[in-house]
Design a protein around this ligand. Structure first.
Ligand code: IPE
Ligand code: IPE
Ligand code: MG
Length: 246
C-alpha cells in the first residue's frame, strides 16, 4: 500500500508545525553556496503545503526565519529576505487556486519594509480562503512571543482592564501571536537536529515531536506522509494511563 493511503483520515492532525532546517548543509554537500539551498527549499515548501491541504490538514506552520537568524552573515540574511518577497509574490495565485489563507507570526514590523509590505499584501489577498491556513513564522521566536504576551497582559492589568487573578491558560494563549489557532499535534524538524530552537514553546507543550535526517530541500510529500503515519501510531496519553487513554 502506498504511504498516502496508509494515513487514517479520521486521525489527521489539525495543525502541523515544521522547523525547516538543513538548507545550508544540503547546498554544501554539493559544493554550492548556502543560498542555493534556500532557493531549493522553496520546492519543499510548495510540496508540503500542497500535501497538507490535499489531506485536509487545517493549519500548517512553517518556521522560516528566527529572531536569531539576523546574526547570520549579512549576505545570507539579505538573500533570505529577497527570496521571501519573491516567493510570496509568486505564490499568491497558487494559494488562491488551492483555497489557502496565508498568515504570519513573529515580530513582523521589524522585517525590511518591502518584505513586510509583500507579506501584508499576500495575507490580505488570501484572507477569504478557508481550506487551509498556512502560517509563516518570520522574525519569530517563542521567547519574544511569550515576553510580548506578558507585557501586553501586564499593561491591561495596569490599566485596570484585567485582574491578575483572571489570567488563566486561555487568557495567556489569546495573548500569543497564535491566538485562535489550535496547538500543533505534530511538530516536524528536518536535518537531523533534535532541538526546538526557540519555536512555539507554549504551543508544543503536548505536541508529538518527529525528527528526520532529511535536509529540507529534499523534503517531499512522501516525507510528510511518513511523519503523519508515525504520529498516528503513537499513543497520546496526556498524563493518563494507557487504559484510560484508549
Ligand atoms: C534552514 O536551513 C533555513 C533557515 C534557518 C532560514 P539552514 O540555513 O539553517 O541550514 P543549515 O542548518 O545551516 O544546514
Ligand atoms: C531554526 O533553524 C530556525 C528556522 C528553521 C527558521 P536554525 O538553523 O536557525 O537553528 P539552529 O541554529 O540549528 O538552532
Ligand atoms: Mg539550520
Amino acid at each position: 500500500m502506498d504511504l498516502k493511503s496508509r494515513i487514517n483520515r479520521e486521525k489527521l492532525p489539525h495543525h502541523i508545525a515544521v522547523i525547516m532546517d538543513g538548507n545550508g548543509r544540503w547546498a554544501k554537500q554539493q559544493g554550492k553556496p548556502r543560498v542555493f539551498g534556500h532557493r531549493n527549499g522553496v520546492k519543499a515548501v510548495r510540496e508540503t503545503t500542497e500535501a497538507a491541504a490535499e489531506l485536509g490538514v487545517k493549519y500548517l506552520t512553517l518556521y522560516a526565519f528566527s529572531t536569531e537568524n539576523w546574526n547570520r552573515p549579512k549576505l545570507e540574511v539579505n538573500a533570505l529576505m529577497a527570496l521571501l518577497v519573491e516567493t510570496i509574490r509568486s505564490e499568491i495565485k497558487t494559494l488562491n487556486e488551492n483555497g489557502i489563507r496565508l498568515q504570519a507570526i513573529g515580530d513582523l514590523e521589524k522585517l525590511p519594509a518591502r518584505s513586510f509590505k509583500e507579506l501584508m499584501n499576500a495575507i490580505e489577498n488570501t484572507r477569504h480562503n478557508t481550506r487551509m491556513t498556512l502560517i509563516l513564522a518570520l522574525n519569530y521566536s517563542a521567547k519574544w512571543e511569550i515576553m510580548k504576551a506578558v507585557k501586553d497582559l501586564a499593561g491591561l492589568v495596569e490599566q485596570g482592564k484585567l485582574t491578575a487573578d483572571a489570567i488563566d491558560e486561555d487568557t495567556f494563549a489569546d495573548a500569543l501571536s497564535t491566538r485562535g489557532i489550535p496547538d500543533p499535534e505534530l511538530l516536524i524538524r528536518t536535518s537531523g537536529e533534535t532541538r526546538i530552537s526557540n519555536f512555539l514553546l507554549w504551543q508544543i507543550a503536548y505536541s508529538e515531536l518527529y525528527f528526520t535526517p532529511t535536509f529540507w530541500p529534499d523534503f517531499r510529500k512522501e516525507d510528510l506522509y511518513k511523519a503523519i503515519i508515525d504520529y498516528q501510531d503513537r499513543e497520546r496519553r496526556f498524563g493518563k494511563i494507557s487504559e484510560q487513554a484508549n
